[in-house]
Write a protein that binds this ligand. Structure first.
Ligand code: SF4
Length: 227
């Protein structure tokens, strides 16, 4: 039985099997990519830390007044893969970390199904502060906060971006096309010319498990870019 089987089962994807590269195979390529971009890994980490300090003090939009914590991002600044979600939820706001709770557990399973762990990717949201009652982000909030994500991407220099959910996809691609229109092809993130694949947000998959098969197709598309 594949070591990924339990995770694929948790995703509801017992039919699928994917042979991803071993996690250790990613390290040298990531370092090479950062070096090629002129960003030494330690420098990228330091600059991301500086940016995180700046975001922690941000009051650009009204969400600063209702947040408990800014949720900047988490993971390996040298990672080849960047996963981007929408905004912190209640638990993320409480802990100051992205993708914790049930959606976070499903994201862990999704990552493991393609041979990755949380430590081997970088995870961020479009909005760094929680919208009250988990409402949809307002356009002006996305507009004010997006420059932070753009800087994160430029500093981290991943090799692929996976946009999870409509808001992340629309914000990164600067489009109003639907998720259905954006899935199923490889886009280019125009600021850094990085490949970008669109998929469902794990919170949506928890509500709509029947979409997990399509999510797996998206991940296989992303893996084909990285192979
Ligand atoms: S959501 Fe973004 S722009 Fe708004 S206060 Fe938080 S960090 Fe600043």
């Amino acid at each position: 039985m594949s070591r990924h089987a339990p995770y694929l089962r948790e995703m509801g994807l017992v039919r699928w099997r994917y042979s991803a590269p071993a996690p250790g195979e990613h390290g040298s390529a990531a370092a090479g990519s950062a070096a090629a971009a002129g960003i030494q890994p330690q420098g990228a980490r330091k600059d991301l830390a500086r940016l995180a300090d700046e975001v922690a003090r941000c009051e650009r939009c009204d969400l600063h007044s209702v947040r408990r914590n800014v949720v900047f991002g988490a993971g390996d600044a040298r990672a080849r893969w960047l996963f981007v979600g929408e905004a912190p939820g209640a638990e993320e706001d409480k802990q100051g970390l992205p993708f914790v709770g049930r959606a976070g557990s499903l994201l862990n399973a999704i990552l493991f199904s393609i041979g990755l762990s949380r430590d081997e990717v970088y995870i961020a949201n479009v909005l760094k502060c929680r919208p009250p009652n988990n409402r949809d982000p307002f356009g002006r909030e996305v507009q004010e906060c997006s420059p932070y994500l753009q800087q994160q991407i430029s500093l981290a220099q991943p090799e692929i971006i996976v946009a999870m959910g409509r808001f992340a996809a629309q914000a990164l691609l600067e489009t109003d096309q639907s998720l259905a229109q954006l899935r199923g092809r490889v886009h280019q993130y125009k600021i850094d010319q990085l490949p970008l694949v669109v998929t469902y947000h794990p919170a949506y998959l928890l509500r709509s498990p029947s979409a997990k098969g399509k999510s797996w197709e998206d991940l296989r598309l992303a893996c084909s870019v990285m192979s």
